[in-house]
Design a protein around this ligand. Structure first.
Ligand code: AMP
Length: 258
């Protein structure tokens, strides 16, 4: 689903469904969400439906999820900085990437539609189109686990479509060893939380930007010199990936500083 207003992106969402009979209901849910989004009412909504051969679907386990409460977004960013360093991103590269997201990573200082690809050592920006970026697609949690995942997330007050979608996207991204880490904060003005993900898990941070801020984005930090970038983009955008195993979910902790 892609929703826009006067040509400007408002929201997008993806599903990968095993049973076509529930597609109608899921499409309606997406349509309703697109319609009433905190970023405004869409004047154009596109729904695209494609058949995917079951033999092409990769399977895997969702990342473990843990989280930190922080007192303000500045604290959230310094926590993100240390989690990225822990994952192997050069500190100056992490700082610069956060500054680019803060100022709007697309031309004109607005949010990109997809993610930046950044070399974790040199900071070079590797995505070919700085407005579109890389759009991760064709991933989902298998239907039989969705209720269990919702129940587990609900125990920590996290049962929201944004969390499920972000966890799914981050789990696909970190399934490839070419990506060292991911950083994300939302472009939704009401949603200040974000995360750092890596093979160590999906670490949610309650505040990564000021309330009301519309600029958000994603950065995938690439292991320097590891494999072909075009192949990575093809995997992220085209390969169907279904999560058939849940990760651990831990209680949120208050972050006390480095
Ligand atoms: P959201 O979490 O939907 O608020 O999106 C936050 C930011 O992540 C957006 O502003 C985009 O820059 C980026 N983004 C959204 N969807 C995708 C996607 N499917 N793949 C890569 N980046 C995305």
């Amino acid at each position: 689903m892609h929703a826009s207003r006067s040509g400007t992106h408002i929201s997008g969402a993806e599903r990968l469904l095993e049973q076509p009979d529930i597609a109608e209901e899921e499409l309606l849910k997406m349509l309703r969400r697109a319609w009433d989004h905190p970023r405004g009412r869409a004047d154009e909504i596109s729904l695209q439906v494609e058949e995917v051969a079951a033999s092409l679907v990769m399977k895997g386990r969702l990342l473990d999820l843990s989280g930190f409460r922080v007192d303000n977004w500045e604290q959230g960013r310094s926590l993100a900085q240390s989690l990225l360093a822990e994952a192997g991103v050069a500190p100056n590269v992490a700082t610069e990437a956060m500054s680019v997201l803060h100022h709007g990573a697309a031309p004109g200082g607005v949010s990109m539609r997809g993610a930046m690809l950044v070399d974790a050592d040199t900071g070079a920006r590797l995505e070919t189109n700085h407005a579109r970026g890389v759009r991760v697609s064709r991933m989902d949690v298998c239907q039989s686990l969705r209720e269990k995942l919702s129940r587990q997330l609900a125990m920590f007050g996290l049962d929201r479509p944004q969390v499920v979608e972000a966890l799914t996207l981050a789990s696909k991204v970190s399934s490839t060893s070419q990506v060292l880490a991911e950083l994300c904060w939302s472009d939704d003005p009401d949603y200040t939380a974000g995360y750092v993900a890596s093979s160590a898990g999906y670490r949610r941070i309650t505040q990564l930007k000021p309330l009301g801020e519309e600029r958000g984005g994603r950065v995938f930090f690439i292991r320097s010199g590891a494999g072909c970038v075009a192949d990575l983009v093809d995997f992220l955008e085209r390969t169907p990936y279904l999560f058939t195993e849940l990760g651990q979910i831990e209680e949120m902790r208050q972050w006390k500083g480095c």
